[in-house]
Design a protein around this ligand. Structure first.
Ligand code: PNS
Length: 168
């Protein structure tokens, strides 16, 4: 087997609106396996995010500050083009339940077709986090529910501020 001489870079792309404990768990488990993990926020024109791109990048920066080999960035266009621009060979994706599988399979196969040299790497969400999604967290706090432990404390503060400002 030929040994790899270049740095192993992985891209973990997503909306991160906002980052949850599930995302954080994945970063914690993947970062030690690679030389560099790029956490990249999609500048998504289609979704209507709660937090602006800058806010999401700032939150990720705050939460991931302690990881020496984790870089936070944003991108638009095709993920594989972005990954190539960062010399990444891996795309990291988390899978929570079987319901995630179909969408993830489609994306992984499309990305492989577009960029056969780039591999999608799936990691199972930690069992304590497998029910968490950014969407549900926003719904729960928006309806006055307790989201403690579902997102990092700094993100919880931002969410509370945002919903207070919106008069929820
Ligand atoms: O956290 P999300 O919203 O599930 O992340 C989805 C994301 C950002 C990984 C996906 O929408 C994406 O890669 N978008 C970039 C555009 C692209 O490459 N589309 C083709 C993917 S098959």
């Amino acid at each position: 087997m030929e040994s790899r001489k270049s740095r192993l870079v992985a891209v973990y792309a997503g909306s991160f609106d906002p980052i949850t404990k599930g995302h954080l768990d994945l970063v914690e488990r993947c970062a030690p396996l690679v030389d560099e993990l790029v956490v990249a926020v999609l500048r998504n024109a289609h979704k209507n995010p709660l937090f602006s791109l800058q806010e999401r990048v700032d939150m990720l920066g705050e939460v991931l500050r302690g990881f020496p080999n984790v870089v936070v960035d944003s991108f638009d266009g095709l993920l594989v083009d972005y990954a190539r621009s960062r010399n990444a060979l891996l795309l990291l994706r988390g899978i929570r339940a079987i319901s995630d599988y179909e969408y993830e399979l489609q994306m992984a196969l499309m990305n492989r077709r577009l960029a056969p040299e780039i591999e999608t790497m799936f990691m199972m969400a930690g069992e304590a986090y497998s029910f968490i999604s950014s969407k549900l967290v926003k719904e729960v706090i928006g309806l006055g529910g307790d989201i403690r432990g579902l997102v990092p404390p700094s993100v919880e503060e931002r969410l509370k501020e945002r919903f207070r400002a919106q008069g929820a």
